[in-house]
Ligand binder design. Structure first.
Ligand code: FES
Ligand code: FE2
Length: 435
């Protein structure tokens, strides 16, 4: 008996939802329940997904609970100091084994009937053990562990897919852009201030595609926030609202956009003054300091996004086709003095925390887009993703394919990756002899 996968519903061929070469997307992909279920099976289950930051695990027994798609998982450091991740579901009746958000534990004891698991996922205690037949073998009933777990410069990712490429291969050329946030400090990064979590009406892809690709909305959606942040109070600085910049499109569906105007930054002043930009230029190169380190945006396919300028890292957890849960951390450089770390944290909260002056604008857009899609006519419309078509190229400064900052290029890349995964049977759909 296969305990893992039942025969799934027949897969939908999603080709007809896209004409990516011509920048057309059918908005049915945002609200359809069958597509959503297929997405959990074929996009989330086989992909590398962000779990947590390594600094959340300082000693054996430290744990953090999160989600991979809609699957609840426990991430924990074992006695051997290895970080592992397991399904947070008891093998007895499926109860959530660990019900805390984070903490430290010697073992995880299920609060239903008391089965207990150690930090390496092994089943170590079964009440009324003598009531089970002789064939009962504890070693077969441990917590289900992810197929692979790996870290990239402090970020922990995992996948259920035993056939997945190595994490660095899956991140591919995106690491050059990620390093603009993760590799400023030889000591690395850490997270400060816990995790903020909030729920938004809206499909998770609306947020992920925006963080891949959308600087276009900034001048309009965030006009009031930019006004508040302008030194004169009169309006956003011209170099912020009509800024030159580039947008990177990764073949694996990742994307990043960033201004390249030297004055296009609105960092927190304390953080800005802390940095030795000469040293950063030596470490990261001019192209990165003047580009992806500034006020850009980025998404690692499928649902991990970040903002290099304020250290916001976040996951868009899918909660059905119409809803997402945002989990957001603040990343800082380890070598920063405490007051600089704190300034970064507060700056992140002011701008992109749950009540941040920018974050609220974005959330409202996504919720409203989702709401109009509920209509029969509005829900069947074709959407326009044509900006920047035919304008991408190698620019000699930023590796890989880039186009102008104002472009839908990375969104087209995001959906072309999504479409390919949706149309490809995942490892769990293949017979054992095909794998
Ligand atoms: S469901 Fe966990 S012990 Fe029964
Ligand atoms: Fe925004």
């Amino acid at each position: 008996m296969s305990s893992l996968h039942r025969t799934p519903a027949p897969a939908v061929d999603v080709t007809e939802y896209f004409d990516i070469d011509n920048g057309l997307v059918d908005r049915g992909i945002f609200g359809d329940t069958a597509l959503y279920q297929q997405e959990l099976r074929r996009v989330f289950a086989p992909s590398w997904l962000f779990l947590a930051h390594t600094s959340q695990f300082r000693k054996p027994g430290d744990f953090f609970t999160t989600y991979m798609g809609e699957d609840p998982v426990i991430v924990t450091m074992g006695k051997d100091r290895r970080i592992r991740a397991f399904l947070n579901a008891c093998r007895h009746r499926g109860m959530r084994v660990c019900r805390a958000d984070a903490g430290a534990a010697k073992a995880f004891t299920c609060s239903y009937h008391g089965w207990a698991y150690d930090t390496s996922g092994k089943l170590i205690n079964v009440p009324n053990r003598e009531g089970y037949p002789e064939s009962f073998d504890e070693s077969r009933w441990g917590l289900r562990e992810v197929a692979r777990l790996d870290t990239y410069k402090g970020l922990i990712f995992a996948t259920w897919n035993p056939d997945a490429p190595a994490l660095t291969e899956a991140l591919g050329g995106m690491t050059w852009y990620m390093d603009a946030m993760l590799d400023r400090d030889p000591e690395g990064t850490e997270v400060v201030g816990g995790v903020h979590k909030w729920v938004l009406e809206g499909n998770w892809k609306l947020a992920a595609e925006q963080f891949s690709s959308d600087w276009y909305h900034v001048n309009i959606s965030h006009a009031s926030a930019l006004m508040v942040m302008s030194p004169t109070g009169k309006g956003p600085k011209a170099e912020i609202v009509q800024t030159p910049g580039r947008q990177y499109t990764d073949p694996n569906g990742h994307g990043a956009g960033f201004p390249t105007h030297p004055k296009s930054r609105f960092d927190d002043r304390v953080v800005h003054q802390y940095y030795d930009y000469g040293q950063l230029r030596e470490r990261l190169g001019d192209g990165r300091v003047e580009g992806p380190m500034t006020t850009g945006h980025a998404n690692v396919f499928p649902n991990f996004s970040y903002l290099p300028v304020n250290g916001s890292i976040r996951v868009w957890h899918p909660k059905g086709p119409d809803k997402m849960e945002v989990w957001a951390w603040t990343v800082v450089d380890k070598s920063m003095p405490d007051e600089v770390k704190n300034a970064q944290r507060l700056y992140n909260l002011r701008t992109f925390g749950p009540t941040g002056i920018f974050e609220q604008d974005d959330g409202e857009n996504w919720s409203e887009c989702q709401a109009t899609a509920h209509g029969f006519m509005a829900g069947g419309m074709t959407l326009n993703y044509q900006m920047g078509i035919g304008m991408s190229a190698e620019d000699g400064v930023h590796p890989g394919t880039t186009g102008h900052l104002y472009s839908d290029g990375a969104a087209r890349g995001f959906y072309s990756r999504w479409r390919d995964l949706m149309n490809t049977p995942a490892w769990h759909e293949k017979a054992a002899d095909e794998r």
